[in-house]
Design a protein. Sequence first.
Length: 279
Amino acid sequence: MIGYVNRVIDHSLVDGPGNRTAIFFQGCQFNCRYCHNPETLHRCVGCGRCEAVCPVGALHLENGKMHWNAALCCGCDACIKACPNTSSPKITEYTPEALAEKVKANMPFIRGITCSGGECTLQAEFMAALFALTKPMGLSNLIDSNGTMDFAQNQWLLENADGVMLDIKCFDEEQHKMLTGQSNRMVLQNAVWLAERGLLPEVRTVIVPGLLPNEDTVDRVSRLLAPYQEAAPIRYKIIAYRPMGVRSEYSHYPTPTKAELAALKAVAEQNGMKTVGTV
C-alpha cells in the first residue's frame, strides 16, 4: 500500500492540540477559490514541464514518472508555478510503515499526528493503516477534512482516530458550490453526526471579505453546533483569509480586519459557542 504525501511538517502547533506532526496528503475533490495550497489538488501526470524550469536539475522525468531529488531542490517552487495541472512534482511515496517510522523519530516531542491535505480521506485505507501503527505509540490521531466522506457509513476509519477537524467553508449550499464546486450537504451532516459523538474537536471557517457571506456562515454554524458541546468541547476557529500561496486570479481579496474578526467571534459566542478563536 502506497500513500502520496505532499509534505510532512514534523512539528506543528496549528494543526490540532499540542505539538503534532502534520501530514499533508496529495489530492482533493474541492477546488476552493481561495485555496492556499492549490498544488495539492491533483497528482502529477508526468507532463515534464516542471523539469524544464528547474534551475538546479532536481527533477528528472523517466518512463512517464517525475522523480524529485530533495537534496538538490532549492525550494524556489518554479516547478509548481509551471505546472498546468495544479499539482506538484515534489511528492513522496510512503508505505504506512515508513511513514510511521518518520513519525516515531519525532517522539517524545509530539502529542500526536494530524492527517490533512489536500483531502486526506481520499487515501482513507492508507490513513487507517497509518493510524493503526501510530495509536500503539501512544499518539493521538486526528483527521483534518473537508467533510466530503460520509463518516457514519465509514466508521472503520475512526477506529483508531481521536476525532475529525472539519472545515465548514460556507453554510449556504449555493455559495458553497460557487466557492468549491461541490455541495456542502455531507459536510453539515458530518458536523452533526461527529458532534453528537464527541468526535468534533474543531471546526474552521475562513473569512474572505467580498467573496463569501461571512456573518451568515458564522451565525448558522455556531447555532448548529452549540447544542452539542456537552458531548465534548468544540473549538470554533475563525480564520482570516491571507493571499499567500493562492492562485493569482484570487489574490485580490482583502484580509479581514481584527475588528471584523472580533465581531464574528462575538456572533459565535452569543449563539452559545464556548470556545471561539480568531487567527
